[in-house]
Design a protein around this ligand. Structure first.
Ligand SMILES: [Ca+2]
Ligand SMILES: [Ca+2]
Ligand SMILES: [Ca+2]
Ligand SMILES: [Ca+2]
Length: 407
């Protein structure tokens, strides 16, 4: 009986620890909020900055519930969705997970801020029919990003006491405005992933004249947002930057000018998720404004003999027709196996397999765990050496390298 009780106790402790370690990639707690002098009245509930960016908003004032997907032309606008920060004001939130400068983050972007903004220009998106195929974005002369009187800066802290700023040039009102749901081609589908940033180098003129449905596809499942790279933080005069941050501060300067009304409205902030080496490769090799259909591992946009997956793992160029790609040349010594990879393929899943037989009787088994590779880099190549375990029994051991399939 006593044993049963202690088992139940440990189970409930396990449940508790799971709850405590659940990580949310957005703000989970308001630490402080000072509206400042010019914050919009009504928009002063700081809890509206917690959680993910808004998925659905209201078609108009008569709606009791959100009934239309947020799109880059129709931003969330309700008191329950945004908090306003005016001159001299600030908002400090605690993130639901650590924020780091992870090299596996897309485009180097680590943090996303979702302010109130939208693509402006000629024409109105009809939020009642909410059909993005019927709307063409403004042309290059008239396309804009709503940023009227918006100003502010982002700072980060590890402990909530010492703050580090992004440069003043890193303002909020950058592409892309929030997208709430994925456009499936025929309907609004699942909520977008607010941890997947857009390419920070896209410009408004890249988007000019684009159909809204096409633009939504370019988000590639992400929610948009203004990206910040921790590598851009202003380092302290002495000491070094923390490697991990937990707090985000958004503040609006008081410019001392009674004629201006600087402010910013915030929907959410999120922590970017790492992505696969293959996804990062596509982000380098393909333009963001091009159709994402060309980026799948199976695709072969230039119709040479190699899929994108082969191009990625064998140093190919997915835009150039090639007749041959690199293949690993293996050298074996008594205790290690070596091969060379193009540097761009350094993270491709080449795995080492072993078999005691060759030919029909071969039984190739992936070494588990894989031997720890020692890489040395020269020019654009990686020379990789893998220690080979001593064979357990007498006889011959054969090895081969295998390129695994995409996940
Ligand atoms: Ca970064
Ligand atoms: Ca919000
Ligand atoms: Ca190809
Ligand atoms: Ca090629």
């Amino acid at each position: 009986m006593g044993k049963k009780i202690s088992l139940l106790k440990s189970l409930s402790l396990l449940g508790l620890s799971l709850t405590l370690t659940a990580q949310n990639p957005w703000a989970i707690e308001v630490v402080s909020y000072t509206p400042g002098t010019t914050a919009y009245s009504g928009y002063q509930d700081p809890d509206t900055a917690l959680g993910r960016p808004t998925v659905d908003t209201y078609t108009d004032y008569t709606q009791l519930d959100p009934d239309v997907a947020v799109v880059p032309l129709y931003a969330p606008w309700d008191f329950s969705e945004l908090v306003s920060i005016g001159e001299g004001g600030s908002l400090v939130v605690k993130l639901g997970m650590p924020l780091t400068d992870d090299p596996a983050h897309p485009y180097g972007i680590d943090l996303l801020v979702f302010p109130y903004t939208f693509i402006s220009g000629t024409g109105n998106y009809d939020q009642y029919t909410q059909d993005p195929t019927l709307f063409t974005l403004p042309d290059a002369e008239s396309i804009g990003l709503y940023a009227d009187g918006k100003a502010g800066k982002v700072s980060l802290s590890a402990d909530g006491v010492t703050w580090f700023d992004f440069p003043a040039s890193e303002d909020f009102m950058r592409l892309l405005p929030t997208l709430g749901r994925v456009w499936t081609g025929t309907a609004w589908g699942d909520p977008t992933d607010p941890t997947f940033p857009p390419n920070p180098d896209i410009t408004l003129t890249d988007l000019a004249g684009m159909n809204l449905a096409e633009l939504c596809r370019r988000y590639r499942g992400g929610a948009g947002g203004t990206g910040f790279d921790l590598a851009d933080l202003i380092p302290p005069q002495s000491g070094s930057l923390p490697s991990t941050f937990e707090y985000v501060r958004i503040s609006v300067p008081d410019d001392g000018n009674a004629n201006t009304n600087l402010r910013i409205e915030i929907d959410a902030v999120t922590v970017v998720a790492p992505v696969s080496a293959y996804t990062r490769w596509t982000q380098k090799e393909f333009d963001w404004v091009d159709d994402p259909v060309f980026e799948t591992p199976e695709a072969n946009p230039e119709s040479d003999p190699f899929t994108n997956w082969q191009e990625f793992a064998r140093g190919g160029d997915p835009q150039v027709e090639e007749t041959s790609l690199w293949l690993p040349q293996i050298t074996l010594s008594s205790d290690s196996l070596s091969y060379t990879l193009p540097q761009t393929a350094g993270e491709a899943p080449w795995v080492l397999q072993a078999s005691e037989e060759l030919g029909d009787r071969a039984d190739w088994q992936k070494l588990s765990p894989q031997p720890t590779a020692a890489d040395s880099v020269s020019e654009d190549e990686i020379h990789r050496a893998l220690p080979i375990p001593q064979p357990a029994a007498e006889g011959t051991q054969f090895y081969r390298l295998l390129l695994e399939d995409p996940l």
